[in-house]
Design a protein around this ligand. Structure first.
Ligand code: HEM
Length: 461
């Protein structure tokens, strides 16, 4: 369907997917199912009949733009999908309304391109330090779990941005599994959205315990930082010096909520994208060879440093295309605040709409060979011809991701540092379907193996 057709559409009956089709597909592979329904409907709105819960799937770029930007105040991050998250995030940047506005205003200046440039040196040192630790895998020939290791590295980087030197490595590592437990436990709440909180659902206890573990680490650091404010540039120090609109200092809970929200939004999302990079490279040896050639030329023996970033154009194209096929923020639910109309379909107040970058970014009308991995799509200048909302892995409108600039520093540094030091192998055989999780991840556990690049080149390994 063209943009014109969407604009001219008149009120009409909405297509729907019956429960006997929708449910089994969603349970098996939710992102794939939504992409299939969106494609069958040619980008028109689709209603998913899931018994008492009947959300709308919105995938045409015009409609996405309407929900995320033009009429965003009518599509809020509240309701059954967001309420369970409050147990972890509290009321902060990952919500909506007043608290979101305050947090966004305070946090935004810390994630600009210029600000991120000031910490890129430190980010590259952290990446390099962690990558060197893979030497032990290369020496022993042992493989390791890709998603866990990527999460560990990304958390280590993000912790620096958030906490500076106020969080030691041991505490930092201890909260990674707690966040993982939260992410997995919340799935049950999402699957049973009508269940009141007074009734326990599976893994509720694990969830509360994990949140307590996170709080036990984060609250004392916040209290210490508030008691002895300094002029450091890490997020916690800046938050301690910040005030709200009335000029009052932020409370300990506001600071805790902001830190925990940004941590959750940042580390797993990036870690999963890099995990997909290794899987895609395995399946596309020609892309892998070209990427390797660029990294050999620009970075040499490594590690990658901020000054290499401008030369890593193809690395960036590979990341952009990975984000098209596997956007970690694959499901962005919104609640409709007042009766609305999208693409000629009347939508009642209180309904849920699903925005799914995974589905939109695979629509045939906007992407040639949509399921094919082809970084060339992102060769310079090509983006100008695309609809702004046919590609939105970082969301759009006022809720647009704060971490995009950080991503474009940490992700190329990580990929280039790994490939300048090692050759990566993926012993786990494909295909790699997507699983059920807050951030799009492979369904099965995926192993990685590394060998020393230098020795490979010399033909020793
Ligand atoms: C590949 C990496 C990432 C992806 C794909 C991603 C994706 C997204 C998406 C789609 C949203 C919009 C959510 C919505 O509209 O409901 C978002 C919001 C957000 N992201 Fe990211 N993100 C990534 C990395 C990061 C990083 C590194 C940070 C760290 C600072 C971050 C911080 C945030 C925050 C704070 C928000 C909430 C913004 C708001 O609602 O005002 N993200 N992200």
């Amino acid at each position: 369907m063209s943009t014109d057709t969407a604009a001219r559409s008149v009120q009409r009956r909405v297509r729907s997917v019956p429960i006997h089709r929708a449910l089994p597909k969603l349970v098996r592979e939710p992102a794939g199912a939504l992409a299939e329904f969106a494609r069958e409907a040619g980008g028109e709105i689709v209603r998913l009949e899931l018994g008492p819960f009947r959300p709308y799937l919105v995938s045409h770029p015009d409609h996405v733009q309407q929900v995320m930007r033009l009429e965003w105040t009518n599509y809020q991050r509240v309701g059954m999908f967001w309420r369970p998250l409050e147990r972890l995030f509290g009321h902060s940047i990952m919500g909506d309304g007043e608290q979101w506005r305050i947090s966004r205003k305070v946090l935004q200046p810390m994630f600009t391109t210029r600000y991120i440039a000031t910490i890129s040196e430190e980010v590259s040192r952290r990446v390099a330090g962690r990558i060197e630790e893979w030497d032990r895998y290369a020496r022993d020939g042992r493989s390791f779990d890709a998603t866990t290791e990527m999460s560990n590295i990304l958390s280590y980087i993000v912790n620096r941005v958030l906490f500076g030197d106020k969080l030691d490595r041991e505490d930092g590592e201890s909260i990674i599994p707690a966040f993982d437990t939260v992410a997995h436990s919340l799935v049950y709440r999402f699957l049973m959205p009508f269940m009141p909180y007074s009734i326990r659902v599976p893994r509720d206890r694990a969830l509360l315990k994990a949140v307590k573990r996170i709080d036990d680490v984060v609250y004392p650091i916040v209290r210490r930082a508030m008691a002895a404010p300094d002029d450091s540039t890490d997020v916690i120090s800046v938050l301690c010096r910040s005030t709200d609109e009335n000029g009052d200092p932020l409370t300990v809970t506001q600071i805790r909520d902001a830190l925990v929200s940004v941590y959750a939004a940042s580390s797993e999302t990036t870690a999963m994208v890099i995990t997909w990079v290794w899987l895609l490279l395995k399946e596309h040896p020609r892309v892998a060879a070209r990427l390797q050639a660029e990294i050999d030329e620009v970075v040499g023996d490594g590690p990658a440093r901020p000054e290499h970033l401008p030369g890593l154009a193809y690395t960036r194209m590979v990341l952009l295309e990975t984000l098209r096929l596997y956007p970690s923020g694959w499901l962005l639910p919104r609640q409709v605040m007042e009766d609305a109309e999208i693409g000629g379909v009347r939508i009642r107040r209180g309904s849920t709409v699903f925005i799914c970058p995974y589905a939109t970014q695979r629509l045939d009308d906007f992407w040639e060979r949509p399921d094919e991995f082809d970084p060339e799509r992102f060769a310079t200048g090509d983006g100008e011809r695309r609809h702004r909302y046919s590609y939105f892995p970082f969301g759009g409108g006022p809720h647009k991701c704060l971490g995009e600039h950080l991503f474009y520093v940490e992700a190329p540094l990580l990929v280039a540092s790994v490939l300048s030091r090692f050759r990566v192998a993926v012993p786990t055989p494909g295909p790699y379907p997507t699983g059920w999780a807050a951030s799009l991840r492979p369904r099965q556990k995926v192993d990685l193996g590394v060998s020393f690049a230098g020795r490979d080149r010399a033909g020793v390994a």
